[in-house]
Design a protein. Sequence first.
Length: 134
Amino acid sequence: AKCDVTLIANAADELLLDKTSIILEGMLNVECTRIDASEEKDYEAICTEALKKSRMVVVLAGAAGEWAVNFTRQIWKTNGGASSKTPIVVLFDKLHFSRAKELKIPGVRLLLADDSMAGLEIKVEFDRMTALNE
């Protein structure tokens, strides 16, 4: 079954991941993937799977902004680039938004929101994309 949104975050942004998923859970079918470099997991495979079964994938770029930029580039490439059917959105907070300039990837959307507003911004973006695809 497809889920609406998969949130992906680095272990450094676990709090942001938790907060955002709690806000979204009442509105959307959400799954979370926490990426911890110290764990021996095939995260590329996990994320490829997430892209297949989600209507939208959101990479949360809080404290791990640099990681998010590189990671998004990697999963975008691995999943067909601009021809990928699943939209990828990267959400930055104001503190780390400077990193967003490095992310010039066709079809990848950038959002700017603070912790408390992240869930809402994602919901608005999800509704906008859903409307476009109907």
